[in-house]
Design a binder for this molecule. Sequence first.
Ligand code: SAM
Ligand code: SF4
Ligand code: F3S
Length: 464
Amino acid sequence: MDEIQTQYQFMEEAAGYLRDIESEIGHSLRAIVVTFGCQMNERDSEKLRGILFRIGYGEAQSEEEADLIIYNTCTVRENADVRVFGRLGVLKSLKREKPHLIIGLCGCMMQDGETADLVKKKYPHVDLIFGTHNQHKLAEYLVKVFREKGSFEIWSESGGIYENLPVSRKYPFKSGLNIMYGCNNFCSYCIVPYVRGRERSRKLEDILREAEGLCADGVKEIMLLGQNVNSYGRGLDPPASFPELLGELQKIEGLKRIRFMSSHPKDLSDELMEAMAGNDKVCRHIHLAMQSGSTEILKKMNRHYSKDDYLEVIDKLRRAMPDIAITTDIIVGFPGETEEDVCQTIDAAERARFDGAFTFIYSKRHGTPAAKMQDDTPKEVIQERFDRVLSVVRKTAEEQAKRFEGAVLPVLVESVNRSDSKMVTGRIPQNHTVHLKGSADLIGNILNVRLDRSMGFYYIGSEA
Ligand code: SAM
Ligand code: SF4
Ligand code: F3S
Protein backbone atom coordinates (compact mmCIF):
# COMPACT_ATOMS: atom_id res chain seq x y z
CA MET A 1 0.00 0.00 0.00
CA ASP A 2 1.42 3.41 -0.83
CA GLU A 3 1.76 6.25 1.65
CA ILE A 4 -1.32 8.09 0.43
CA GLN A 5 -3.58 5.02 0.72
CA THR A 6 -2.19 4.48 4.21
CA GLN A 7 -3.12 8.02 5.14
CA TYR A 8 -6.68 7.60 3.82
CA GLN A 9 -6.94 4.54 6.08
CA PHE A 10 -5.82 6.59 9.06
CA MET A 11 -8.48 9.18 8.17
CA GLU A 12 -11.09 6.38 8.37
CA GLU A 13 -9.72 5.21 11.69
CA ALA A 14 -9.61 8.75 13.10
CA ALA A 15 -13.24 9.22 11.98
CA GLY A 16 -14.19 6.23 14.16
CA TYR A 17 -12.56 7.77 17.24
CA LEU A 18 -14.26 11.05 16.44
CA ARG A 19 -17.71 9.42 16.43
CA ASP A 20 -16.99 7.80 19.81
CA ILE A 21 -15.96 11.10 21.38
CA GLU A 22 -18.96 12.87 19.85
CA SER A 23 -21.40 10.42 21.37
CA GLU A 24 -19.60 10.66 24.70
CA ILE A 25 -19.68 14.46 24.92
CA GLY A 26 -22.96 14.90 23.07
CA HIS A 27 -22.04 17.31 20.29
CA SER A 28 -20.18 17.27 16.99
CA LEU A 29 -16.52 18.20 17.03
CA ARG A 30 -15.00 21.25 15.39
CA ALA A 31 -11.44 22.14 14.45
CA ILE A 32 -9.54 25.31 13.69
CA VAL A 33 -6.19 25.67 11.92
CA VAL A 34 -4.54 29.02 12.67
CA THR A 35 -1.90 30.05 10.15
CA PHE A 36 1.16 32.17 10.85
CA GLY A 37 3.66 33.19 8.16
CA CYS A 38 3.67 33.09 4.40
CA GLN A 39 1.56 31.77 1.57
CA MET A 40 3.32 28.40 1.77
CA ASN A 41 1.88 28.01 5.23
CA GLU A 42 -1.54 29.23 4.05
CA ARG A 43 -1.54 26.49 1.45
CA ASP A 44 -0.28 23.87 3.92
CA SER A 45 -3.13 24.85 6.23
CA GLU A 46 -5.64 24.23 3.43
CA LYS A 47 -4.22 20.72 3.20
CA LEU A 48 -4.43 20.21 6.97
CA ARG A 49 -8.06 21.40 6.90
CA GLY A 50 -8.73 19.05 3.99
CA ILE A 51 -7.63 16.10 6.12
CA LEU A 52 -9.53 17.30 9.21
CA PHE A 53 -12.81 17.84 7.35
CA ARG A 54 -12.44 14.45 5.70
CA ILE A 55 -12.06 12.89 9.14
CA GLY A 56 -15.34 14.54 10.10
CA TYR A 57 -14.45 17.69 12.00
CA GLY A 58 -16.62 20.72 11.36
CA GLU A 59 -15.03 24.15 11.10
CA ALA A 60 -14.71 26.19 14.28
CA GLN A 61 -14.79 29.96 13.92
CA SER A 62 -12.65 30.61 16.99
CA GLU A 63 -10.26 28.79 19.27
CA GLU A 64 -12.83 29.05 22.10
CA GLU A 65 -15.38 26.91 20.26
CA ALA A 66 -12.85 24.41 18.88
CA ASP A 67 -12.24 20.83 20.02
CA LEU A 68 -9.01 20.66 18.04
CA ILE A 69 -6.66 23.61 17.57
CA ILE A 70 -3.68 23.50 15.24
CA TYR A 71 -1.18 26.33 15.01
CA ASN A 72 0.74 26.21 11.75
CA THR A 73 3.76 28.24 12.77
CA CYS A 74 6.37 30.51 11.19
CA THR A 75 9.87 31.21 12.46
CA VAL A 76 11.30 33.57 9.85
CA ARG A 77 11.79 36.34 12.41
CA GLU A 78 11.85 36.28 16.19
CA ASN A 79 8.54 38.13 16.51
CA ALA A 80 6.85 35.24 14.65
CA ASP A 81 7.95 32.91 17.47
CA VAL A 82 6.88 35.39 20.13
CA ARG A 83 3.40 35.60 18.69
CA VAL A 84 2.92 31.82 18.85
CA PHE A 85 4.28 31.56 22.40
CA GLY A 86 1.92 34.33 23.51
CA ARG A 87 -1.13 32.55 22.15
CA LEU A 88 -0.01 29.18 23.51
CA GLY A 89 -0.10 30.59 27.04
CA VAL A 90 -3.74 31.58 26.57
CA LEU A 91 -4.68 28.06 25.42
CA LYS A 92 -3.72 26.62 28.79
CA SER A 93 -6.94 27.79 30.44
CA LEU A 94 -9.01 26.57 27.47
CA LYS A 95 -7.56 23.11 27.93
CA ARG A 96 -8.44 23.18 31.62
CA GLU A 97 -12.07 23.98 30.79
CA LYS A 98 -12.28 21.40 28.04
CA PRO A 99 -10.12 18.35 28.76
CA HIS A 100 -10.92 16.62 25.46
CA LEU A 101 -9.42 19.60 23.56
CA ILE A 102 -6.46 18.57 21.39
CA ILE A 103 -3.77 21.17 20.75
CA GLY A 104 -1.31 20.63 17.91
CA LEU A 105 1.64 22.65 16.70
CA CYS A 106 3.23 22.25 13.32
CA GLY A 107 5.10 24.19 10.67
CA CYS A 108 8.44 25.92 10.40
CA MET A 109 8.92 26.82 14.06
CA MET A 110 8.40 23.20 15.06
CA GLN A 111 10.92 22.01 12.50
CA ASP A 112 13.57 23.58 14.69
CA GLY A 113 14.48 20.90 17.25
CA GLU A 114 15.44 23.36 20.02
CA THR A 115 12.17 25.27 19.79
CA ALA A 116 10.14 22.06 19.75
CA ASP A 117 11.97 20.96 22.93
CA LEU A 118 11.23 24.28 24.57
CA VAL A 119 7.53 23.94 23.75
CA LYS A 120 7.45 20.44 25.23
CA LYS A 121 9.03 21.66 28.44
CA LYS A 122 7.14 24.93 28.92
CA TYR A 123 3.74 24.09 27.43
CA PRO A 124 2.78 20.57 28.52
CA HIS A 125 -0.82 21.24 27.40
CA VAL A 126 0.33 20.79 23.79
CA ASP A 127 -0.65 17.28 22.62
CA LEU A 128 1.03 17.04 19.28
CA ILE A 129 4.09 18.54 17.61
CA PHE A 130 5.16 17.94 14.03
CA GLY A 131 7.35 19.77 11.53
CA THR A 132 7.06 20.74 7.88
CA HIS A 133 8.12 17.46 6.29
CA ASN A 134 5.40 15.22 7.60
CA GLN A 135 2.21 17.27 7.59
CA HIS A 136 0.56 14.82 5.23
CA LYS A 137 0.51 12.38 8.16
CA LEU A 138 -1.82 14.45 10.33
CA ALA A 139 -4.50 11.71 10.41
CA GLU A 140 -1.95 9.12 11.50
CA TYR A 141 -0.76 11.38 14.32
CA LEU A 142 -4.29 12.10 15.48
CA VAL A 143 -5.02 8.38 15.63
CA LYS A 144 -1.97 8.04 17.84
CA VAL A 145 -3.18 10.81 20.15
CA PHE A 146 -6.67 9.19 20.34
CA ARG A 147 -5.24 5.72 20.93
CA GLU A 148 -2.64 6.60 23.49
CA LYS A 149 -4.53 9.48 25.04
CA GLY A 150 -1.20 11.22 25.46
CA SER A 151 0.94 13.77 23.80
CA PHE A 152 3.74 13.13 21.44
CA GLU A 153 6.16 14.75 19.10
CA ILE A 154 7.26 13.66 15.69
CA TRP A 155 10.08 15.11 13.72
CA SER A 156 11.57 14.21 10.40
CA GLU A 157 14.46 15.68 8.52
CA SER A 158 13.65 14.94 4.93
CA GLY A 159 10.55 15.69 2.96
CA GLY A 160 9.02 13.92 0.00
CA ILE A 161 6.27 15.11 -2.31
CA TYR A 162 2.83 13.67 -1.67
CA GLU A 163 0.08 14.01 -4.25
CA ASN A 164 -3.69 13.54 -4.02
CA LEU A 165 -4.51 14.24 -0.41
CA PRO A 166 -7.69 16.15 0.41
CA VAL A 167 -7.53 19.97 0.40
CA SER A 168 -10.06 22.48 1.67
CA ARG A 169 -9.62 25.80 -0.12
CA LYS A 170 -10.27 29.14 1.52
CA TYR A 171 -11.53 30.76 -1.71
CA PRO A 172 -13.57 28.99 -4.41
CA PHE A 173 -12.23 31.27 -7.18
CA LYS A 174 -8.50 31.41 -6.43
CA SER A 175 -5.91 29.04 -5.12
CA GLY A 176 -2.26 28.61 -4.28
CA LEU A 177 -0.48 25.73 -5.97
CA ASN A 178 2.88 24.43 -4.79
CA ILE A 179 5.25 23.86 -7.67
CA MET A 180 8.28 23.22 -5.51
CA TYR A 181 9.25 22.85 -1.89
CA GLY A 182 12.30 23.89 0.12
CA CYS A 183 15.15 26.21 -0.75
CA ASN A 184 18.80 25.75 -1.68
CA ASN A 185 19.87 29.38 -1.62
CA PHE A 186 21.02 29.69 1.97
CA CYS A 187 20.87 33.46 2.18
CA SER A 188 23.03 33.96 5.25
CA TYR A 189 20.26 35.49 7.43
CA CYS A 190 17.50 33.05 6.54
CA ILE A 191 16.18 30.05 8.45
CA VAL A 192 13.89 28.80 5.67
CA PRO A 193 16.36 26.33 4.04
CA TYR A 194 16.85 24.72 7.46
CA VAL A 195 13.18 24.33 8.27
CA ARG A 196 11.83 23.63 4.78
CA GLY A 197 14.62 21.38 3.53
CA ARG A 198 16.27 21.07 0.13
CA GLU A 199 14.64 22.35 -3.02
CA ARG A 200 12.48 19.77 -4.78
CA SER A 201 10.23 20.42 -7.77
CA ARG A 202 6.95 18.68 -8.48
CA LYS A 203 6.56 16.99 -11.84
CA LEU A 204 5.17 19.23 -14.55
CA GLU A 205 2.34 16.79 -15.31
CA ASP A 206 1.28 16.66 -11.63
CA ILE A 207 1.14 20.45 -11.47
CA LEU A 208 -0.89 20.66 -14.67
CA ARG A 209 -3.28 17.96 -13.46
CA GLU A 210 -3.81 19.85 -10.22
CA ALA A 211 -4.29 23.16 -12.07
CA GLU A 212 -6.85 21.58 -14.41
CA GLY A 213 -8.69 20.10 -11.44
CA LEU A 214 -8.76 23.47 -9.68
CA CYS A 215 -10.10 25.24 -12.79
CA ALA A 216 -12.74 22.57 -13.31
CA ASP A 217 -13.77 23.38 -9.75
CA GLY A 218 -14.21 27.11 -10.48
CA VAL A 219 -10.74 28.51 -9.83
CA LYS A 220 -9.85 31.46 -12.07
CA GLU A 221 -6.60 32.59 -10.51
CA ILE A 222 -3.68 30.39 -9.48
CA MET A 223 -0.70 31.53 -7.43
CA LEU A 224 2.30 29.28 -8.12
CA LEU A 225 4.22 28.85 -4.89
CA GLY A 226 7.90 28.23 -4.25
CA GLN A 227 10.78 29.97 -2.45
CA ASN A 228 12.50 30.53 -5.78
CA VAL A 229 10.13 29.67 -8.61
CA ASN A 230 12.67 30.71 -11.27
CA SER A 231 14.68 27.60 -10.53
CA TYR A 232 11.63 25.33 -10.91
CA GLY A 233 12.46 22.08 -12.69
CA ARG A 234 16.08 21.77 -11.65
CA GLY A 235 16.89 18.07 -11.49
CA LEU A 236 13.54 16.88 -12.86
CA ASP A 237 13.35 13.93 -15.19
CA PRO A 238 11.92 14.57 -17.76
CA PRO A 239 13.35 18.09 -17.54
CA ALA A 240 11.06 21.10 -17.16
CA SER A 241 11.53 24.81 -16.62
CA PHE A 242 9.47 27.67 -15.20
CA PRO A 243 8.92 29.39 -18.60
CA GLU A 244 7.72 26.05 -19.97
CA LEU A 245 5.34 25.61 -17.03
CA LEU A 246 3.87 29.08 -17.65
CA GLY A 247 3.33 28.18 -21.32
CA GLU A 248 1.52 24.95 -20.43
CA LEU A 249 -0.67 26.63 -17.84
CA GLN A 250 -1.71 29.28 -20.36
CA LYS A 251 -3.44 26.52 -22.37
CA ILE A 252 -5.87 25.67 -19.54
CA GLU A 253 -9.16 27.15 -20.63
CA GLY A 254 -10.84 28.13 -17.38
CA LEU A 255 -7.66 29.63 -15.97
CA LYS A 256 -7.72 33.42 -16.29
CA ARG A 257 -4.85 34.60 -14.12
CA ILE A 258 -1.46 33.19 -13.18
CA ARG A 259 0.57 34.65 -10.34
CA PHE A 260 3.74 33.37 -8.75
CA MET A 261 5.98 33.99 -5.77
CA SER A 262 8.78 34.28 -4.98
CA SER A 263 11.39 34.96 -7.63
CA HIS A 264 15.09 35.34 -6.94
CA PRO A 265 16.82 38.14 -8.88
CA LYS A 266 19.85 35.97 -9.61
CA ASP A 267 17.74 33.49 -11.60
CA LEU A 268 15.46 35.87 -13.47
CA SER A 269 16.42 35.02 -17.04
CA ASP A 270 15.60 36.85 -20.27
CA GLU A 271 13.75 33.71 -21.32
CA LEU A 272 11.47 34.02 -18.31
CA MET A 273 10.80 37.70 -18.99
CA GLU A 274 9.86 36.83 -22.57
CA ALA A 275 7.62 34.02 -21.35
CA MET A 276 5.88 36.43 -18.98
CA ALA A 277 5.51 39.22 -21.54
CA GLY A 278 4.08 36.84 -24.13
CA ASN A 279 1.57 35.22 -21.80
CA ASP A 280 -1.66 37.17 -21.40
CA LYS A 281 -2.66 35.17 -18.33
CA VAL A 282 0.45 36.02 -16.33
CA CYS A 283 -0.44 38.93 -14.07
CA ARG A 284 1.66 42.03 -14.44
CA HIS A 285 3.15 41.75 -10.99
CA ILE A 286 6.41 40.37 -9.73
CA HIS A 287 7.67 40.13 -6.19
CA LEU A 288 11.43 40.35 -6.40
CA ALA A 289 13.19 40.64 -3.06
CA MET A 290 16.08 43.12 -3.18
CA GLN A 291 16.97 42.73 0.54
CA SER A 292 19.64 45.46 0.33
CA GLY A 293 20.94 48.03 -2.15
CA SER A 294 24.51 47.69 -0.92
CA THR A 295 26.64 45.33 -2.99
CA GLU A 296 28.82 44.77 0.06
CA ILE A 297 25.88 43.67 2.22
CA LEU A 298 24.38 41.61 -0.60
CA LYS A 299 27.65 39.68 -0.73
CA LYS A 300 27.50 39.04 3.01
CA MET A 301 23.86 37.99 2.58
CA ASN A 302 24.96 35.42 -0.04
CA ARG A 303 22.49 36.80 -2.58
CA HIS A 304 24.71 36.41 -5.68
CA TYR A 305 23.92 39.76 -7.30
CA SER A 306 25.13 43.35 -6.97
CA LYS A 307 23.13 46.55 -6.70
CA ASP A 308 23.70 47.18 -10.42
CA ASP A 309 22.66 43.63 -11.37
CA TYR A 310 19.43 44.11 -9.47
CA LEU A 311 18.64 47.48 -11.02
CA GLU A 312 19.36 46.06 -14.46
CA VAL A 313 16.82 43.28 -13.92
CA ILE A 314 14.26 45.91 -12.88
CA ASP A 315 15.01 47.94 -16.02
CA LYS A 316 14.60 44.91 -18.25
CA LEU A 317 11.33 43.96 -16.59
CA ARG A 318 9.89 47.44 -17.06
CA ARG A 319 11.07 47.56 -20.66
CA ALA A 320 9.49 44.16 -21.43
CA MET A 321 6.27 44.96 -19.52
CA PRO A 322 5.79 48.71 -18.95
CA ASP A 323 2.65 48.16 -16.86
CA ILE A 324 4.25 45.64 -14.50
CA ALA A 325 4.12 46.30 -10.74
CA ILE A 326 7.28 45.35 -8.88
CA THR A 327 7.24 44.71 -5.15
CA THR A 328 10.12 43.76 -2.92
CA ASP A 329 11.45 42.77 0.50
CA ILE A 330 14.13 44.85 2.24
CA ILE A 331 16.05 44.01 5.40
CA VAL A 332 17.51 46.82 7.51
CA GLY A 333 20.06 46.18 10.24
CA PHE A 334 21.95 43.22 8.80
CA PRO A 335 25.13 42.70 10.91
CA GLY A 336 27.78 45.27 10.04
CA GLU A 337 25.44 47.42 7.92
CA THR A 338 26.77 50.99 7.85
CA GLU A 339 25.16 54.36 7.18
CA GLU A 340 26.66 54.22 3.68
CA ASP A 341 25.05 50.79 3.06
CA VAL A 342 21.67 52.18 4.09
CA CYS A 343 22.13 55.14 1.72
CA GLN A 344 22.79 52.63 -1.05
CA THR A 345 19.55 50.84 -0.20
CA ILE A 346 17.61 54.11 -0.26
CA ASP A 347 19.19 55.05 -3.58
CA ALA A 348 18.37 51.65 -5.09
CA ALA A 349 14.78 51.85 -3.81
CA GLU A 350 14.34 55.31 -5.34
CA ARG A 351 15.71 54.15 -8.66
CA ALA A 352 13.75 50.89 -8.71
CA ARG A 353 10.50 52.79 -7.99
CA PHE A 354 8.91 49.88 -6.18
CA ASP A 355 5.14 49.58 -6.30
CA GLY A 356 5.24 48.14 -2.81
CA ALA A 357 7.74 46.83 -0.29
CA PHE A 358 7.87 44.79 2.88
CA THR A 359 10.60 46.22 5.08
CA PHE A 360 11.96 44.16 7.95
CA ILE A 361 14.41 44.77 10.74
CA TYR A 362 17.03 42.02 10.67
CA SER A 363 16.28 39.29 13.16
CA LYS A 364 18.97 36.89 14.31
CA ARG A 365 18.06 33.26 13.62
CA HIS A 366 20.22 30.72 15.39
CA GLY A 367 22.02 28.25 13.17
CA THR A 368 22.30 30.68 10.24
CA PRO A 369 25.73 32.05 9.18
CA ALA A 370 24.67 35.66 9.91
CA ALA A 371 23.95 34.76 13.54
CA LYS A 372 27.70 34.45 14.04
CA MET A 373 28.45 37.86 12.53
CA GLN A 374 29.27 40.56 15.06
CA ASP A 375 27.27 43.76 15.24
CA ASP A 376 27.27 46.58 17.75
CA THR A 377 24.94 49.01 15.97
CA PRO A 378 22.55 50.44 18.58
CA LYS A 379 18.89 49.46 18.22
CA GLU A 380 17.81 53.12 17.95
CA VAL A 381 20.14 53.69 15.01
CA ILE A 382 18.72 50.64 13.20
CA GLN A 383 15.17 51.83 13.93
CA GLU A 384 15.92 55.31 12.58
CA ARG A 385 17.41 53.80 9.38
CA PHE A 386 14.43 51.49 9.05
CA ASP A 387 12.05 54.46 9.32
CA ARG A 388 13.94 56.28 6.57
CA VAL A 389 13.84 53.31 4.22
CA LEU A 390 10.16 52.82 4.99
CA SER A 391 9.28 56.42 4.18
CA VAL A 392 11.11 56.22 0.84
CA VAL A 393 9.38 53.02 -0.26
CA ARG A 394 6.00 54.37 0.88
CA LYS A 395 6.51 57.53 -1.14
CA THR A 396 7.52 55.72 -4.35
CA ALA A 397 4.70 53.21 -3.96
CA GLU A 398 2.21 56.06 -3.68
CA GLU A 399 3.67 57.82 -6.71
CA GLN A 400 3.69 54.59 -8.69
CA ALA A 401 0.04 53.91 -7.86
CA LYS A 402 -0.92 57.24 -9.47
CA ARG A 403 0.08 55.92 -12.87
CA PHE A 404 -2.97 53.63 -13.02
CA GLU A 405 -5.43 56.33 -11.93
CA GLY A 406 -8.14 56.66 -14.61
CA ALA A 407 -7.20 53.38 -16.30
CA VAL A 408 -9.72 50.59 -16.88
CA LEU A 409 -8.36 47.29 -15.59
CA PRO A 410 -9.81 43.85 -14.91
CA VAL A 411 -10.64 43.29 -11.24
CA LEU A 412 -11.20 39.86 -9.73
CA VAL A 413 -13.75 40.50 -6.99
CA GLU A 414 -12.72 38.71 -3.80
CA SER A 415 -14.99 39.81 -0.96
CA VAL A 416 -17.60 42.17 0.37
CA ASN A 417 -15.86 45.27 1.72
CA ARG A 418 -15.19 44.95 5.43
CA SER A 419 -16.32 48.44 6.41
CA ASP A 420 -19.07 49.06 3.84
CA SER A 421 -21.39 46.21 2.93
CA LYS A 422 -22.54 48.01 -0.23
CA MET A 423 -19.03 47.76 -1.64
CA VAL A 424 -16.87 44.87 -2.82
CA THR A 425 -13.11 44.48 -2.88
CA GLY A 426 -10.95 42.91 -5.54
CA ARG A 427 -7.55 43.03 -7.18
CA ILE A 428 -6.13 44.24 -10.46
CA PRO A 429 -3.44 42.10 -12.16
CA GLN A 430 -0.81 44.38 -10.59
CA ASN A 431 -2.11 43.11 -7.23
CA HIS A 432 -3.39 46.44 -5.90
CA THR A 433 -6.68 46.35 -4.05
CA VAL A 434 -9.73 48.11 -5.52
CA HIS A 435 -12.99 48.96 -3.73
CA LEU A 436 -16.11 49.52 -5.80
CA LYS A 437 -19.91 49.53 -5.45
CA GLY A 438 -21.38 46.05 -5.62
CA SER A 439 -22.74 43.09 -3.72
CA ALA A 440 -21.72 39.57 -2.75
CA ASP A 441 -23.01 38.04 -6.01
CA LEU A 442 -20.03 39.64 -7.81
CA ILE A 443 -17.50 37.62 -5.80
CA GLY A 444 -15.42 35.44 -8.10
CA ASN A 445 -16.18 37.52 -11.22
CA ILE A 446 -13.66 39.47 -13.24
CA LEU A 447 -15.03 42.96 -14.05
CA ASN A 448 -13.65 45.85 -16.03
CA VAL A 449 -13.21 48.64 -13.52
CA ARG A 450 -12.20 52.26 -13.92
CA LEU A 451 -9.70 53.20 -11.20
CA ASP A 452 -11.22 56.56 -10.34
CA ARG A 453 -9.03 57.49 -7.41
CA SER A 454 -5.71 56.25 -6.12
CA MET A 455 -5.63 56.30 -2.34
CA GLY A 456 -1.95 55.44 -2.09
CA PHE A 457 -2.10 51.72 -1.55
CA TYR A 458 -5.55 51.01 -2.92
CA TYR A 459 -8.05 52.45 -5.40
CA ILE A 460 -11.66 53.48 -5.40
CA GLY A 461 -13.13 52.34 -8.69
CA SER A 462 -16.37 51.97 -10.62
CA GLU A 463 -17.55 49.33 -13.05
CA ALA A 464 -16.65 50.49 -16.60
N1 SAM B 1 12.27 33.09 -0.82
C1 SAM B 1 11.79 34.40 -0.77
C2 SAM B 1 12.73 35.32 -1.52
O1 SAM B 1 13.92 35.12 -1.48
O2 SAM B 1 12.19 36.26 -2.10
C3 SAM B 1 11.68 34.96 0.62
C4 SAM B 1 11.01 34.19 1.62
S1 SAM B 1 11.19 34.83 3.24
C5 SAM B 1 10.00 33.81 3.92
C6 SAM B 1 10.42 36.41 3.17
C7 SAM B 1 11.31 37.55 3.54
O3 SAM B 1 11.62 37.54 4.91
C8 SAM B 1 12.68 37.59 2.89
O4 SAM B 1 12.65 38.06 1.58
C9 SAM B 1 13.45 38.51 3.80
O5 SAM B 1 13.32 39.85 3.40
C10 SAM B 1 12.76 38.31 5.12
N2 SAM B 1 13.64 37.62 6.07
C11 SAM B 1 14.10 36.37 6.00
N3 SAM B 1 14.91 36.11 7.04
C12 SAM B 1 14.96 37.25 7.80
C13 SAM B 1 15.62 37.62 8.99
N4 SAM B 1 16.43 36.77 9.61
N5 SAM B 1 15.42 38.86 9.48
C14 SAM B 1 14.60 39.74 8.85
N6 SAM B 1 13.96 39.44 7.72
C15 SAM B 1 14.13 38.21 7.19
FE1 SF4 C 1 15.39 32.49 2.46
FE2 SF4 C 1 16.98 33.24 0.51
FE3 SF4 C 1 15.68 30.93 0.30
FE4 SF4 C 1 14.34 33.24 0.12
S1 SF4 C 1 15.90 32.50 -1.30
S2 SF4 C 1 13.77 31.44 1.33
S3 SF4 C 1 15.45 34.55 1.53
S4 SF4 C 1 17.27 31.41 1.79
FE1 F3S D 1 7.00 30.86 5.41
FE2 F3S D 1 7.63 31.57 7.86
FE3 F3S D 1 8.11 29.14 7.05
S1 F3S D 1 7.74 32.83 6.10
S2 F3S D 1 8.42 29.25 4.87
S3 F3S D 1 6.11 30.11 7.26
S4 F3S D 1 9.44 30.35 8.30
